[in-house]
Design a binder for this molecule. Structure first.
Ligand SMILES: [Zn+2]
Length: 138
């Protein structure tokens, strides 16, 4: 096990001061997998393999980078630009997860999404956001 301990130490030493992984890198790995899959399914493998490889090389470059501030800034920009998409995905996921328990309605006045337990029948919904009242069947 001495060899493994030495190897672990060497890796820890090599990685010290380096940036490591973040949400942007993780997303790039997923994107590379998706691109590879699309390439395999559509017969455009060569072109898309190059795209996937470039993505993975960038991931490694970012992970091993010692310019931590710049990498953190890139990740911050990525998180800001994708905030809307990420929120929509989380909302969609929660809706799918709670589909059997809740009915989802959109407030006719302010468009806020509201949920009501299923199976309670005719109900007057009061919007939490703007106070608008409307009748629905849940
Ligand atoms: Zn409302």
């Amino acid at each position: 096990m001495k060899f493994l301990d030495t190897l672990r130490e060497k890796i820890a030493h090599f990685m010290s001061g380096r940036y490591g992984s973040d949400q942007l890198s993780f997303t790039m790995v997923i994107a590379a997998l998706v691109v590879t899959l699309i390439g395999a399914l559509t017969g455009t493998r060569v072109v898309l393999t190059v795209v996937a490889d470039v993505l993975l090389i960038l991931v490694f470059v970012r992970m091993l980078s010692k310019d931590r501030l710049r990498r953190a800034h890139e990740n911050q920009v990525f998180l800001e630009k994708t905030a809307g998409i990420r929120k929509a995905v989380v909302e969609w996921y929660n809706r799918m997860k709670n589909m059997r328990k809740y009915h989802y309605f959109t407030c006719p006045k302010c468009k806020k999404r509201l949920r009501v337990p299923r199976g309670i029948g005719q109900v007057t919904i009061t919007c939490k956001e703007c106070g608008e009242k409307f009748d629905r069947k849940a």
